[in-house]
Design a protein. Sequence first.
Length: 520
Amino acid sequence: MTDKAKQDRVLIFDTTLRDGEQSPGATMTHDEKLEIAALLDEMGVDIIEAGFPIASEGDFDAVTAIAKQTQNSVICGLARANFKDIDRCWEAVRHARRPRIHTFIGTSPLHRAIPNLDMDQMAERIHETVTHARNLCDNVQWSPMDATRTEHDYLCRVIEIAIKAGATTINIPDTVGYTAPRESADLIRMLIERVPGADEVVFATHCHNDLGMATANALAAVEAGARQIECTVNGLGERAGNTALEEVVMAMKVRNDIMPYRTGIDTTKIMNISRRVAAVSGFPVQYNKAIVGKNAFAHESGIHQDGMLKNAQTFEIMRPEDVGLSATNLVMGKHSGRAALRAKLKDLGYDLADNQLNDVFVRFKALADRKKEVYDDDLVALMTDSTANVAGDHLQVKFLRVICGTEAPQSADLTLTIDGVDHQVTATGDGPVDATFNAVKRLFPHDARLALYQVHAVTEGTDAQATVSVRLEEDGKIVTGQSADTDTVVASAKAYVSALNNLIVRREKTKPADEMKSVS
Ligand code: KIV
Ligand code: ZN
């Protein structure tokens, strides 16, 4: 092992804003990206991959703004193996205190066939582009995309070229989530042993989760000498997603006896960022997800509950507080005041300005009037909903009344405010939600296909709020909307309208190179 590979400090490279945001429908707004980047910086992420600057004006602007605002983390942008991409990337990241250019090319036989380059031509391209990147920036990461399906001899050859051209980090992507832990470790070990100059660079691991092994593969790579893990919050990412940040970080912390590595992550910030990423990406966290799932610290069976009361360690390998979950779930109600709400939201990770608090307080009171007890999850849902139906949106739900029951057809009487003007219609459908969606379609005709409609009860009881997620697809583009309400049909209408607002924004955005968003 090289000296670098022997160190116990593992760098955390977060790509939620680039690889994660590429998941169909996970598009975040400019402000949301800035907010997530600030949270990543605050929690101690070493490197933030903020976007793919040449992919669109929006990506470029977001990477530039993140580069300007970030205090500690290295800010990295992605670029394909050509000068134009690399120059554009540099233009965005150069504002950072600590900028990095990340350039990549697919090196496996399948990927070499796409630009139609033979092995020598590709090697030459790698030499030229990494040299160019290094002339601009002294922190350059290079990735052979689909490394785990690249011939070993060729992989060694191109990595050597990239190192000689000035790359400082060599990332080994398992682009299609094909490898397994032992193979992942063997590959890193082989590269560190065989490639001349390996001791001058940091090796990184970037794993996708197609076979559910991304976290295990990343940790195996670390055992073999990789010292940078690429990951996303909640494992967000294309297809089955990426290595989850919270999983690798907590695994190394809880099992430090067998994985004696450390990161710079403040783990108490995990729950907060997980919730925010779920809210802004529109990808709810599955209930039984490790570390951040709603059930990760819930104990239902009598034996478990009994054991927990006697000694929490009987059934918990980490404390909820370690990941920032408040130990007490203080219930709020209609008598709770503004200060209590502010403190509670702060505890949940929402630091609100006065005007934001006023708006949330009004909605909190309305909720508390309908619901006896307002739990943490209700407040998180309320915050999720605060992005739906806001002033400035093209479409807003103004009024909805549905008639439903055993006698068909069910009908919905809906008033939508469209660009400031009220429009009303009554539509029927197969059930109240169908009738409501038909009404929306009558008032705002569109061809977007409903790709997903999902309802979650936030807490228990018949007065529980429902969080509704709606995913729409138009011309291959996917947008999502979310809303929460104690009335499921109202939440559905608002979620649908919120997705349409996102669709309108999406249509307005100029996307000169949308097809480039297909790297994983
Ligand atoms: O999965 C992958 O190969 C990628 C590269 C762009 C690093 O995301
Ligand atoms: Zn990837």
